[in-house]
Design a protein around this ligand. Structure first.
Ligand SMILES: [Zn+2]
Length: 426
């Protein structure tokens, strides 16, 4: 298909399709955020779906046969990587269909995600397997939007007390005869979230470490001692900080640190924040970054199927929910257009985030006070490191995958490029 696309002063015709461009694709007149540094008047060349050269205009020769996109002085950043999301565009990972994966891929590419890690939820193991099968297929295919990197298994090995929105009917202890089948059969599993205090969960952690799968502490009532054992067993990450985890408790005269204090304290652990502006108030996001340091925190959407659809009534995992905007000063929730969240009809609990990851990056700037460069790190190189793909993704450097965004100063997504293909433009 041929499209003509105009940005800045230059008119260029670009071929869109499932293959990377044959001719080199060149971005010029860009503020390139690598994100370790910003190169003004930058040029970036894409060949065969990879970044083949990046630097300042005076140092790089633009190939003659190249297709040139003038970024008109806007930011060129690595594509965002969302390592925890359940759905979007009306579809859920648990729908377990290829169409659902495509809808999720497209909805999140609009929000600047070039890579996604679709996440399952606590359900009968057969349903989880069906979803993983579809994720495995999607990983091998070229999707119309964001690329699927692999699966995140969130549940069913969770604490009943800290289940949050996980269905209690399906929660259980991890048994090797169950999870080994899953791990043996599907290569696409990148990450497993589990409560380390459950019987068998440390053994699971060791198995995941052997297979280089991220073991993530989640929906857990563990104490500090339990978290120390989890780290020794191979758990390296903590799922959605402050959601579904124990905090400080007291037994008689004695205080016991929970998962919150342990995560803040232990340098061995990275974590992630649902930065939709509702799930965590700015003060808590500031606290996490202040204590953990910027390098150890990623932003995630944890988005559900209604992400990217706007306000209205939806059925979410069989529950009736309402997506509406929400301004509440006492909860530090700012007035902002499109600031939606999903709630149960009783409005006493969230039904999930409906954000795309661009909103999370904007929130780190607007609500937490980070620079755009630091906020971009939290959605690019940081999550790439968590899942061990930072050799290929999360930064703009020679040899890396050409997953690229053009962003304006307010982090509105102007264009999304996945593996050298333009998949979205505003
Ligand atoms: Zn969760």
């Amino acid at each position: 298909m041929l499209f003509c696309f105009w940005i800045g002063v230059q008119l260029n015709c670009l071929k869109e399709g499932n293959m990377p461009e044959k001719e080199p694709l060149v971005f010029k007149n860009a503020r390139i955020m690598t994100p370790m540094r910003v190169i003004d008047n930058g040029v970036l060349i894409v060949s065969d779906g990879k970044v083949s050269n990046v630097g300042s205009e005076d140092k790089i020769k633009i190939p003659e046969n190249a297709k040139v996109i003038d970024a008109a002085g806007k930011y060129l950043t690595p594509g965002f990587i969302d390592i925890h999301l359940h759905g979007g565009g009306g579809a859920d990972t648990m729908d377990a269909t290829e169409e659902a994966m495509e809808k999720i891929s497209v909805a999140h590419a609009k929000g600047g995600a070039t890579s996604i890690v679709p996440t399952t939820t606590s359900a009968p193991m057969d349903d989880i397997i069906k979803a993983v099968k579809v994720i495995e297929l999607a990983k091998k295919r070229t999707l119309p939007g964001a690329q699927v990197l692999g699966a995140h298994i969130e549940g069913p090995y969770f604490s009943m007390e800290q289940r949050g929105a996980q269905n209690p009917e399906f929660l259980k202890e991890p048994k090797p005869e169950e999870y080994l089948k899953l791990l043996d059969e599907y290569d696409c599993i990148l990450r497993v979230s589990a409560a380390p205090e459950l019987e068998g969960a440390l053994e699971l952690g060791r198995e995941l470490r052997r297979r280089e799968i991220v073991a993530s502490i989640a929906h857990t009532n563990a104490t500090y001692q339990g978290i120390l054992a989890a780290v020794e067993a191979g758990y390296t990450h903590v799922t959605h900080m402050y959601s579904g985890m124990s905090g400080l408790t007291r037994i008689n005269a004695y205080r016991i640190s929970g998962v919150i204090e342990s995560t803040l304290l232990l340098d061995e652990l990275t974590t992630e924040v649902i930065a939709d502006g509702h799930h965590l108030p700015p003060s808590l996001m500031k606290l996490i970054i202040k204590v953990k340091s910027l390098d150890k925190v990623s932003v995630i959407t944890d988005a559900i199927s209604a992400a990217g659809l706007g306000p209205g009534k939806y059925s979410i995992g069989g529950l009736d929910a309402i997506v509406e905007d929400d301004v509440a000063e006492e909860f530090e929730i700012p007035e902002e257009e499109g600031n939606y969240v999903a709630k149960l009809l009783t409005r006493d609990a969230f039904a999930g985030s409906v954000a795309t990851i661009d909103r999370c990056v904007r929130n780190m700037i607007k609500l937490v006070g980070l620079s755009i460069q630091d906020a971009v790190k939290m959605a690019t190189i940081n999550p790439a490191k968590v899942i061990g793909l930072d050799e290929k993704k999360g930064s703009l450097a020679e040899g890396k995958d050409a997953d690229i965004l053009i962003l304006d100063e307010d982090v509105n997504v102007i264009m999304t490029i996945v593996g050298g293909r333009i998949v979205y433009r505003k």
